[in-house]
Design a protein around this ligand. Structure first.
Ligand SMILES: Cc1cc2nc3c(=O)[nH]c(=O)nc-3n(C[C@H](O)[C@H](O)[C@H](O)COP(=O)(O)O)c2cc1C
Length: 390
């Protein structure tokens, strides 16, 4: 299952096309919109989220709420387009009074994108480089998520740090799968701990007061996975690399860890690797999950736990120094309406990216055509593994 998106931040709409979708999958418009809503929310978001009320409009590939096995196109309208129609028109000439963006923001695609594409207006770049595009990714991933839910796979995320305010967990690799989704979603920073949520909100308030911005860390947790997704036979087939690439494709992601991640490098092997266990009832398992659900580039059947780091938002109320591309003189970077912190939203985008990789891994292993055949292949595989491990 793959997706492609099109659309500018202030264009009429974002579009996503999801291909290689199996037939016979029930899709709920309400569930996709709920994910779009989760991406829009979060303490620290900027004014744009008050303008938009994202809704996924499915234009093809579904009949009576069930997939046809054909490409699914989804549209998410940009309500802000009404304020930009003249400046973002697809045809016609530039308005005489158009204000070009000539003071590129450090930390954004503005400068390198403008040089690379030979434009004198950074808006030609920033409109597409904007994280507004991630709304289309979340809408597209609604299909992958429904597919995975039908196979018993659940994907969620929670925030572990915003700036210096951290949620200190005793043993996150064992605890994370048990956090209540309700506790996470009831927190406007998407952290399951009330005291840590409070500290994170305070950090955001302090940053806003100082004209500062913040990044942070979050985890994506996937449960219900079958063992053996991905492969050990060749680098590109390793699920580990595919997941890392997908999470790194999100703007502002600067680190991705699996299981203990970087902390594993400071420990001895006996403190890191997960002893293999077996019971007659459940077959093979692991006593711990420091590997975060991956061994040898494949899923182990234990919860998949990915931690990612997001850099602070680059658009600042007190802009950093830059160079005016018209005059080549020092200047202040331009200011777009901006989030102070978008870590809770970024975690939802990461869920979407992970959903596509896992969905594709299931389809590679259990077939592509229709849900009945895929589920039956999965059931046979599970039975074989279960029998073999008893
Ligand atoms: C969900 C989300 C929301 C974001 N919101 C903003 C924002 O409001 N203002 C901003 O300057 N950057 C925002 N960013 C970050 C930029 O998109 C990102 O820093 C920029 O594209 C460059 O990142 P890169 O160097 O990692 O590619 C957001 C990122 C995400 C994932």
């Amino acid at each position: 299952m793959h997706y492609v998106t099109a659309g500018e931040s202030h264009g009429p709409c974002l579009t996503a096309i999801v291909s290689d979708v199996p037939a016979g999958l029930r899709v709920s418009e309400k569930d996709i919109d709920a994910d779009l809503q989760r991406r829009q929310s979060g303490y620290g978001r900027g004014g744009r989220q008050r303008i938009e009320s994202d809704h996924a409009r499915v234009l093809s590939g579904l009949r009576f709420g069930v997939t046809l096995g054909t490409p699914i196109s989804i549209q998410v309208v940009n309500a802000d387009w009404r304020n930009w129609q003249d400046r973002m028109a697809a045809f016609g000439s530039r308005p005489d009074d158009l204000v070009r963006e000539v003071t590129p923001r450090p930390g954004h695609a503005d400068l390198v994108g403008a040089l690379k594409n030979n434009t004198d207006d950074c808006r030609d770049v920033l409109e597409r480089a904007s994280a507004r595009e991630t709304a289309a990714r979340v809408a597209a991933a609604g299909i992958a998520r429904e597919f995975l839910a039908d196979l018993g796979v659940d994907i969620r995320s929670y925030v572990t740090r915003i700036g210096s305010a951290a949620y200190h967990e005793e043993n996150p690799m064992m605890q994370a799968p048990d956090y209540s989704p309700l506790d996470i979603e009831m927190s406007d920073v998407r952290c399951p701990d009330a005291a840590a949520s409070d500290a994170m909100r305070k950090a955001i308030d302090a940053a806003r007061d100082q004209g500062e911005s913040l990044g942070g860390t979050f985890r994506v947790v996937v449960t219900g996975l079958v063992e053996g997704l991905g492969d050990f036979d060749a680098g590109p087939n390793r699920l580990t690399g595919q997941l890392a690439s997908a999470v790194f494709s999100i703007p502002a992601i600067k680190g991705v860890e699996f299981g203990l991640g970087f902390a594993a490098a400071a420990r001895g092997g006996s403190e890191v690797h997960d002893p293999i266990t077996r019971t007659d009832k459940d077959g093979f398992s692991r006593a711990t999950n420091n590997a975060g659900g991956l061994e040898g580039g494949m899923s182990t059947g234990m919860p998949l736990i990915i931690t990612a780091a997001m850099k602070p938002i680059p658009t600042l109320a007190h802009p950093l120094a830059t160079i005016n591309m018209d005059t080549m003189e020092p200047a202040e970077a331009s200011r777009e309406r901006s989030d102070v912190c978008a870590v809770p939203a970024c975690a939802v985008v990461a869920e979407a990216e992970v959903a596509f990789v896992i969905a594709e891994a299931y389809m590679r292993k259990f077939g592509h055509d229709n849900m009945v055949d895929i589920k039956s292949a999965l059931q046979d595989y599970r039975l074989r593994i279960h029998t073999q491990s008893r």
